[in-house]
Design a binder for this molecule. Structure first.
Ligand code: ADP
Ligand code: MG
Length: 451
């Protein structure tokens, strides 16, 4: 939550102002829907009240809080406790294995994100080959596949896997030089080295690496001088059996304006891809994320989010964070209704994936009858009409097929087709019916009444 608030603040004020005032603010927690912030002294406290209260409340509103409130507390002199749930740092595995742990911060110096370890990588049918290859390389760097080339769309875990190999190797071989760079960093390093006449240092540095991780190599396209230099770096490392892992958003053959000699080298080792995760994997990723943050999110909420966000894992995590923030700011439990509401603004209403049972329940409630009666065999008009409306709304608001809807109601698909077509005609003629359907639709879209 706090980092989302900061993002919002950062966009609204100048950098200088931001660093002056917000660098030392600590979130102390959320109490009764009120965000409590710790500031360094009473002067800052007053300053924040006078200058940033509106901005912070707007930030919370922007994140979905209905009645945002912010208060400021002066922190004791030494105070860096974070009461808001923060991701747990991964346990240093080397300590468990009985070998001396690497000095703290060591992995940061290698540019490795502590969260991106194998333990936090959910394996599914979409990524199991890439994962297996990464593990093989991590087990015996330089001797399994060299280079390992991982490609896939953005947000599917390429960077995560590369870092995971880095962590793994660094714990088993503390003496090895491991370096993670984006292709952009490599390019900039090169440009600076050329400009400052430090090419020898540049070469020595890159050619003494034992495990080189280069991310988003597609950005080499069209950069001739960088390709040339990377070619020599690659050769030097490869000849000495140093491991290279490359990532890209596409396979080597599809990287335009890549020199052929580089392309063929990228194909020397193993090329493996990551696809979009399927539903079960998405749910598992969300579950792991919630556990990681020590927040209890019910299974049906995880499923709702997983249905909502289908391709990009970063967005999937973002949606979960949004739901958690929304519930916490409004001081309500995380339920399906709350989640639907939290995601309502992000995803247009019709994209909210409703379950057939949600719709049937809403219609039954509206007409004051039980779900069993509505789905039952009664042919009286007071039951038939609501049943038709429920079928109609399910066809309209979900992606379920006619046979699926038919099966749910214990009827065949032609009945569903006929019924919904007829109701649709009726709606055009009967304004009362039309209003009822409209009201139900709105209710379902926001699941408004339940929050
Ligand atoms: P890419 O580099 O392919 O664009 P990232 O590696 O940056 O994607 O992944 C985006 C986010 O999704 C990261 O927070 C990462 O931890 C998470 N993520 C990706 N794949 C998985 C996975 N299989 N299990 C758990 N988290 C994942
Ligand atoms: Mg990446």
């Amino acid at each position: 939550i706090w980092s989302d608030v900061l993002d919002y603040v950062r966009k609204s004020i100048s950098d200088v102002e931001y660093h002056t005032w917000f660098a030392h603010v600590r979130p102390l927690g959320v109490q009764g829907g009120e965000l409590v912030l710790g500031v360094r002294n009473s002067f800052a406290q007053e300053w924040f009240r006078d200058h940033y209260l509106d901005l912070l409340e707007n930030a919370l509103r922007h994140l979905g809080a209905q009645h945002p409130k912010v208060s400021f507390q002066v922190l004791p002199a030494v105070q860096d406790a974070m009461i808001l749930p923060e991701p747990r740092e991964p346990e240093p595995r080397s300590a468990r294995a009985g070998t001396p742990a690497a000095p703290a911060g060591d992995n940061l110096r290698k540019n490795l994100n502590p969260k991106y370890v194998f333990e936090h990588f959910v394996v599914g049918p979409n990524n199991n080959l890439a994962h297996a290859a990464a593990v093989a390389v991590a087990e015996s760097p330089g001797r399994a596949y060299n280079p390992l080339f991982i490609y896939g769309d953005v947000g599917l875990g390429k960077t995560h896997l590369m870092h995971a190999v880095g962590h793994y190797v660094s714990e088993r071989h503390p003496e090895m030089r491991i370096e993670y760079v984006s292709t952009e960093t490599f390019t900039n390093d090169l440009i600076n080295a050329i400009r400052e006449d430090r090419m020898t240092a540049f070469r020595n540095r890159y050619r003494s690496i034992d495990l080189l991780l280069v991310d988003d190599i597609q950005f080499l396209a069209g950069k001739e001088r960088t390709q040339e230099e990377f070619f020599h770096t690659f050769n030097a490392l490869h000849e000495n059996h140093k491991q290279i892992i490359l990532s890209s958003d596409r396979p080597p053959r599809d990287i335009q304006t890549l020199e052929n000699r580089l392309r063929s080298r990228f194909e020397w080792g193993l090329i493996t891809d990551i696809q979009s995760p399927e539903f079960e994997t998405r749910v598992a990723i969300l579950k792991m994320n919630a556990e990681f943050r020590r927040i209890n999110v019910p299974q049906d909420v995880l499923e709702l989010i997983a249905k909502q966000v289908t391709s990009n894992i970063r967005e999937l995590e973002g949606a979960l964070m949004r739901v958690i923030a929304f519930a916490s700011l409004n001081n309500v439990e995380i339920t399906r209704a709350v989640a639907a509401k939290a995601l309502f603004e992000v995803f247009t209403a019709t994209e909210i994936h409703l379950e057939m049972r949600d719709i049937v329940k809403a219609v039954a409630d509206h007409y004051g009858m039980s779900v069993e009666v509505l789905k039952g065999s009664s042919r009286t008009r007071d039951v038939v009409v609501p049943r038709q409306i429920a079928m109609y709304l399910i066809r309209d608001m979900t992606t379920h097929s006619l046979p699926e809807i038919g099966q749910f109601f214990g009827r065949d698909h032609s009945t569903v087709l006929y019924t919904t077509q007829k109701l649709s005609e009726q709606i055009g003629k009967d304004s009362e019916l039309s209003a009822a359907v409209q009201a139900l639709r709105q209710r379902l879209q926001g699941l408004e009444s339940e929050v």
